[in-house]
Design a protein around this ligand. Structure first.
Ligand SMILES: [Zn+2]
Ligand SMILES: [Zn+2]
Length: 154
């Protein structure tokens, strides 16, 4: 488990997820729970194809997974991370995971999580200067990771 400066344990887990579904009068289905658990156990954002492999044993098909991810996005349990112009991965967001932003390598596809209060403080200050109240943010910064900068093109 990741350790961070202000504690790494998410404030909400499966119990809160089930409650959220009930609050929205949605059924707590085995499929939704399977997907939620797969998201919880992943360290990196998951695309629907990643998820399909991860939950292969449950016999969930891609169409169902897309539908579930749509539901979880609407419920603000997950948020899409734009990995490239066509590649979307999903990740749990607060309170189901601790907030962070991303550095994404365009060559190897690695996603580096950024837990940095300097970034959060700067965003807060910049928004406040403009009288803007932030509801939510998640940043994807694209470029080359250290390894890909030194290795020649294949
Ligand atoms: Zn942030
Ligand atoms: Zn890379």
């Amino acid at each position: 488990m990741r350790t961070g400066g202000d504690g790494s344990v998410p404030k909400a887990g499966e119990k809160e997820f089930i409650q959220l579904l009930r609050d929205h009068r949605m059924r707590v289905t085995p499929n939704r729970l399977t997907v939620f658990r797969a998201m919880q156990s992943s360290k990196a954002p998951l695309t629907v194809s990643d998820l399909a492999i991860k939950v292969e044993h449950s016999g969930l098909n891609t169409a169902t997974l897309y539908r579930i991810m749509e539901t979880l996005t609407e419920l603000k349990v997950v948020h899409p991370v734009l990995q490239s112009h066509q590649n979307v991965a999903y990740e749990l967001v607060e309170p189901f995971a601790r907030h962070h932003d991303h550095l994404i390598c365009r060559r190897c596809g690695r996603t580096i999580d950024i837990y940095d209060c300097r970034l959060e403080d700067a965003l807060k200050a910049i928004s406040e200067d403009r009288g803007f109240h932030i509801d939510f943010h998640q940043m994807e910064v694209h470029g080359l990771c250290p390894e890909c900068q030194i290795t020649p093109h294949p």
